[in-house]
Write a protein that binds this ligand. Structure first.
Ligand code: EPU
Length: 343
């Protein structure tokens, strides 16, 4: 088998932030059997391998990425019914929202709260994508990966994937596993999850809700909070930071300073804070801009950049400024949700 490795490919257009340098080599992976071939090739070249999906959650360094960048482009959807459940096995390169739309149209429940999330299917288990009260791990049955250490394919049960808030084993095992497909367990029986405040409000007086109604509501709510990157005017990677999870002592300290701070219980005596709220209401950063980078005017957790006018360095410096500000004002160390590539 021989797949072309293309030298010196510009990566900016493969990411939604629209910045960054070149990959030493670039390759499109369209078939499952190309994955072991690629891994062998990487061993013979003794260079790093970076897998890219929709590029909606990465910041690529201006000096580019050493080694090979592989665009995951394996597509295909297989379905199997099991009683009221439908098992949907999907290639890692399928656009996630195309899948969400397809499943909603079939009347299958489970993914609708995750409507309009950019990126590909293969990226969703890696950072355990979540929105509007649902995390993708709740509907994942298995994840098929190529294990580069054992040099074989494995079907990993959701319970073995180490899923946590915006985290998984795939993230912590740094490059060991390449996701090739994800199997979702959806339901033909109605299962509306409407507890998230915005959705609850939307459906407050509505009855007989179907799955397409929920998708429509999420799309509407999201479009009021997130910039439209598809038209190419604005670069963004959605939430740039994770919402911080703090213990009771930190919470007590913060509550003394700011009694109306919204908190969400996550178990083990810990709570999740809304960084968007903190940046907006406490630190007055909503809509704040410096050079070509700023906080989105409708959602402070989302950073936006003027397309083609910024650089990875400028975005990185802006993000560092936010990290330092939150640390100095509130004594909390925040983490990035966006993955840094080539730095
Ligand atoms: N808020 C403000 N001002 C802001 C932003 C938020 O007051 O500028 C308040 C909101 O009014 C709300 C609370 O903060 O009371 C939480 O805001 P929101 O519902 O918008 O959600 P979030 O916690 O900021 C998370 C995810 C998003 C996801 C939304 C909706 C993370 C890091 N982000 O944002 O995911 O779409 O919930 O469920 O967990 C992404 O990961 O890229 C992403 C977009």
């Amino acid at each position: 088998m021989s797949i072309e490795l293309i030298p010196a490919v510009d990566l900016a257009s493969y990411t939604t932030l629209g910045v960054g340098g070149k990959a030493d080599y670039f390759v499109r992976i369209e078939r499952v059997k190309e994955v072991p071939w690629l891994c062998e090739k990487i061993i013979s070249m003794s260079c790093p391998l970076t897998i890219l999906g929709g590029g909606s959650n990465v910041l690529v360094s201006d000096s580019g990425v050493r080694g090979v960048v592989a665009l995951m482009a394996i597509v295909g959807i297989d379905t199997k019914e099991e009683g009221d459940d439908v098992l949907v096995r999907v290639g890692a390169g399928v656009v996630f929202d195309d899948l969400v739309e397809y499943c909603a149209r079939q009347g299958w429940w489970g993914l609708e709260n995750l409507s309009h999330i950019p990126g590909t299917v293969g990226a969703t288990p890696i950072q355990n994508v979540g929105a509007y009260g649902v995390e993708v791990s709740e509907v994942i049955d298995t994840v098929q990966v190529f294990d580069r250490q054992k040099e074989r394919f494995i079907d990993m049960l959701a319970s073995d994937c180490g899923f946590q808030y915006r985290d998984s084993l795939f993230k912590s095992a740094k490059g060991r596993f390449i996701v090739v497909s994800v199997t979702f367990r959806l339901s033909k029986k109605p299962m509306p999850k409407l507890h998230y405040a915005d959705l609850n409000q939307y459906f407050i007086s509505k009855k007989n809700i179907d799955v397409c109604d929920v998708r429509k509501a999420v799309v509407e709510i999201r479009s009021n909070k997130f910039p439209k990157w598809q038209d190419g005017l604005v670069g963004t990677a959605g939430s740039f930071f994770k919402n911080p999870i703090v213990d009771e002592t930190t919470l007590a300290r913060l509550k003394a300073k700011c009694p109306d701070l919204p908190v969400y219980e996550v178990g083990n005596g810990k709570v999740k804070l809304s960084l968007g709220w903190i940046l907006d209401k406490l630190l007055n950063r909503k809509g704040y801009k410096k050079g070509a980078v700023g906080h989105y005017e409708k959602q402070a957790l989302v950073l936006v950049v003027d397309h083609k006018k910024s650089s990875a360095e400028e975005i990185d410096l802006f993000a560092k400024e936010v990290e330092d500000l939150v640390n100095s004002e509130l004594g909390i160390k925040i983490e990035r949700e966006v993955t840094m590539v080539g730095v």
